[in-house]
Design a protein around this ligand. Structure first.
Ligand SMILES: *Cc1c(COP(=O)(O)O)cnc(C)c1O
Length: 399
């Protein structure tokens, strides 16, 4: 049994969507089903290729009742027909790339994004005969001019790691359609509370559930949302065969986190603007990048495309290595750690020489353009849900 959500609000949807209680218990919370296999009561195909969406459960790598609830909840929030959960954001990413592209295909991707994605596109895909052109996707014209006859996919990340550039999804969707290419958007930083890329013309949305959607830093997961048609073959190939299935236990934790996503995102954004304004006025801070600040070069586009500016900001400080060393030993509330989107604030120095020439392979003018914004490096701050005064006091101690 599940709740009728037609006409209901986003908070009600986040709490009730996808949750069904159909295993005979009268539990109010979603059931956690850790079974890897299921008793089969009728003749079924043994091949994942032949299993329809409504087939009974056979094996958790194909489908599982807890994972299904996570998928339905996220699909409801993204307003997608379907969703597939994976073991991590990278499992979702490689599933989409390898499951949709073939030898001889060309891919256009943002030139700065999540380093894991960038490294797969630059190092792994060429081994399979797939070519990638990196462009600054904050200018839709750059995407249009990179298109070739064999371009099968455009991959955006918005806001992007770590410079928080915004890509105009609706504009780039036009380019994708004209060229018959799939438009994929990694919307991890935005979440469906801020942006719903499918409504703007994207074909697939990718999420790391490890970040805002799970929200508590205790479970890894990933997901892809889109049309039933596109996801059907992805489920058979990328999920069942590549095998990056999420543990039902992680799915259950992430389901619980997702229920409070709209409320958390509201508070993340409120805290982030308070911290961004504090940093903008700090004498030892050279620059602050936050889509919610008027000083962000794409603030107008961010206002148009995002219902919430999220909790991610980047800033530059003088002597960044010394500041980072102080952060490691002296931060109190904020953890000096990678990852983002948790209730705890997290900060990490992303050094330009560590990232731009290596993960992104930027050279010449592209490297100079990156350096003009990032200098020798930026601190990426995932503003958590603590009191903003305590976050600012912590930063003041180390800057
Ligand atoms: C973290 C992240 C990923 C990878 O997700 P994992 O769950 O860590 O595998 C992909 N894209 C973005 C934007 C991310 O922040």
């Amino acid at each position: 049994m599940s709740v009728d959500l037609s006409g209901k609000g986003i908070r009600t949807t986040a709490i009730h969507a996808g949750e069904h209680h159909d295993t005979g218990s009268t539990s109010s919370a979603p059931d956690l089903v850790m079974s890897s296999t299921f008793r089969v009561e009728q003749e079924l195909s043994f091949s994942a290729n032949n299993l329809e969406g409504d087939a009974p459960y056979v094996y958790t790598r194909w489908a599982n009742p807890t994972n299904d609830q996570l998928e339905e909840k996220l699909a409801a929030l993204e307003r997608a027909e379907a969703c597939i959960a994976f073991a991590s954001g990278m499992a979702a990413t490689t599933g989409v790339l390898l499951g949709s592209l073939s030898s001889g295909d060309h891919l256009v991707m943002c030139d700065t994004n999540y380093p894991g994605t960038a490294e797969v596109a630059r190092q792994t895909l060429p081994r399979f005969g797939i070519d990638m052109t990196p462009v600054d996707t904050s200018e839709p014209g750059n995407v249009a001019s990179a298109m070739r006859d064999n371009t099968r996919m455009i991959w955006l990340e918005t806001p992007s790691n770590p410079l928080l550039r915004i890509a105009d999804i609706a504009a780039i969707a036009g380019t994708a359609r004209e060229n018959g290419a799939l438009l994929v958007v990694d919307s991890t930083f935005a979440t469906p509370i801020a942006t719903r890329p499918l409504e703007l013309g994207a074909d697939l949305v990718v999420h790391s559930l490890t970040k805002y959607i799970g929200g508590h830093g205790d479970a890894m997961g990933g997901a892809v949302c889109g049309s039933r048609e596109l996801l059907e073959s992805l489920r058979a190939e990328a999920l069942s065969h590549y095998g990056g299935v999420i543990s039902p236990f992680n799915a259950w934790l992430i389901l619980r986190g997702m229920a409070t996503l709209p409320i958390r995102m509201r508070e993340h954004a409120a805290n982030a603007i308070a911290v961004a304004e504090y940093l903008e006025h700090h004498p030892r801070v050279e620059a602050v990048i936050y889509p919610g600040l008027e000083s962000h070069p794409q603030h107008e586009l961010a206002k148009k495309q995002m219902d919430n500016f999220s909790g991610m900001l980047s800033f530059r400080a003088a002597n960044n290595k010394e500041v980072a060393a102080r952060m490691m030993s002296r931060l109190d509330v904020i953890h000096y750690a990678v990852s983002l989107g948790h209730h705890r604030s997290l900060i990490y120095l992303l050094q330009t020489d560590d990232l731009a020439p290596t993960s992104y392979g930027l050279e010449g003018a592209q490297l100079e353009k990156y350096r003009a914004v990032a200098g020798e490096g930026v601190f990426r701050l995932s503003v958590g849900l603590e009191d903003p005064e305590d976050i600012c006091a912590d930063l003041d101690r180390v800057l």
